[in-house]
Design a protein around this ligand. Structure first.
Ligand SMILES: *[C@@H]1O[C@H](CO)[C@@H](O)[C@H](O)[C@H]1NC(C)=O
Ligand SMILES: *[C@@H]1O[C@H](CO)[C@@H](O)[C@H](O)[C@H]1NC(C)=O
Ligand SMILES: *[C@@H]1O[C@H](CO)[C@@H](O)[C@H](O)[C@H]1NC(C)=O
Length: 328
């Protein structure tokens, strides 16, 4: 037996979270429904003797479920991964698997480094008004959340990713190759904001959704409000992002910082993309206030459709969110 087997046994005991249209933070859903938290800070005592595992080994695990929260053990900041195939059911054409590489010693490159992962998927095109099948993602489980935005001193993101053609490939393809296979997807950070602490942690209830897209691949992949044109522009870590604003079907105000050139390596503080919203005047969406709460942040890929199996590979990810409590 290995640590991995024990971790899996614990995860299998968790009821599968079925999402409503968009991703439901597993943890926040449980707190919202008054259930005890899924992942206790300390694992419960194991009655059988601890199995011997190679202390410095790595473990790879593949998850092809519709939805399951995976929180690898770590000595640093926790992350929760989820295949989150919210608009796909077992038996439907296509599918998605998430492969996670964990360190048995729980010690990653830095305190905020996430386990490496890759997401392989293929879906046929869906209806034009409902084209997304899944939002596989990795959520930051920081105890900083919910944080009033005016106390957040930085949201550092150190990210490297590639999209390749093939199942579980680490080899990236060019945008031309990906669009030739009719890939429609994005690579994005998804955040939720609300004046209410609880709602800010719940993607289905928050008043504002703020996204930062590192890529938009394929003609179907457009941010809400794209047709109305960009309302603001900013350059971050040498990359130009344009802001689009609109309201989604759940009546949430959606603000998207968008790039038309894939940004496969990014290392910078994205808090200016949040703070600049407070300087904007009227847009097609309502705008959050600096005293509102940021309660949720995840990186993922909205999986629309593609002809062949493609793989999003994320060899490097570290997200460091800090608050300056003295400035309150
Ligand atoms: C933990 O395990 C990883 C993967 O085998 C290894 O690269 C790293 O050096 C180990 N860290 C420590 C502090 O033992
Ligand atoms: C994906 O995970 C499985 C174990 O579940 C492992 O055997 C396989 O090698 C992994 N694939 C890659 C490319 O790492
Ligand atoms: C990728 O390959 C693995 C191992 O053969 C398989 O279990 C999985 O279903 C494949 N994934 C996709 C999306 O085709």
């Amino acid at each position: 037996m290995t640590i991995r087997v024990l971790v899996n046994a614990a995860l299998l005991a968790i009821p599968i979270a079925v999402t409503l249209g968009i991703l439901f933070g597993l943890q926040s859903h449980r707190s919202a429904t008054g259930q005890p938290p899924l992942f206790a800070p300390e694992p419960p005592p194991i009655p059988t003797p601890k199995p011997k595992v190679p202390h410095n080994g790595i473990t790879k695990t593949r998850y092809c479920q519709k939805s399951i929260g995976i929180t690898p053990e770590t000595k640093g900041q926790q992350y929760t991964l989820n295949p989150n195939q919210w608009n796909w059911n077992t038996g439907d054409p296509g599918g998605l698997c998430l492969n996670v590489t964990t360190f048995n010693n729980g010690t990653y490159a830095t305190d905020t480094t996430a386990p490496q992962f890759m997401i392989s998927w293929q879906y046929p095109p869906g209806p034009e008004d409902n084209p997304v099948h899944a939002f596989p993602n990795i959520q930051v489980d920081t105890d900083v959340f919910p944080a009033t935005i005016n106390t957040i001193s930085k949201v550092d993101v150190d990210l490297e990713w590639s999209y390749g053609i093939g199942n579980e490939t680490t080899e990236g393809a060019t945008l031309a190759e990906l669009t030739a296979d009719n890939l429609n997807t994005n690579v994005a950070i998804d955040m939720f904001i609300d004046s209410d602490k609880k709602a800010a942690q719940d993607p289905s209830k928050a008043k504002y959704e703020l996204m930062v897209w590192f890529a938009a691949i394929g003609p179907a992949t457009q941010p809400i409000g794209f047709a109305q044109g960009s309302v603001s522009t900013q350059t971050l870590d040498g990359n130009k992002f344009d802001l689009y604003a609109g309201v989604n079907q759940q009546k949430q105000n959606v603000l998207t910082w968008y790039t038309d050139t894939p940004v496969e390596k990014f290392n910078g503080d994205i808090s200016p993309l949040i703070n600049s919203l407070f300087k904007l005047t009227a847009t097609a969406a309502d705008l959050p206030k600096s005293g509102d709460y940021l309660g949720y942040l995840a990186l993922g890929s909205e999986a629309f459709s593609v002809d062949k199996t493609v793989t999003l590979y994320v060899p490097k990810l570290a997200i460091d969110i800090e608050t300056d409590t003295s400035s309150t």
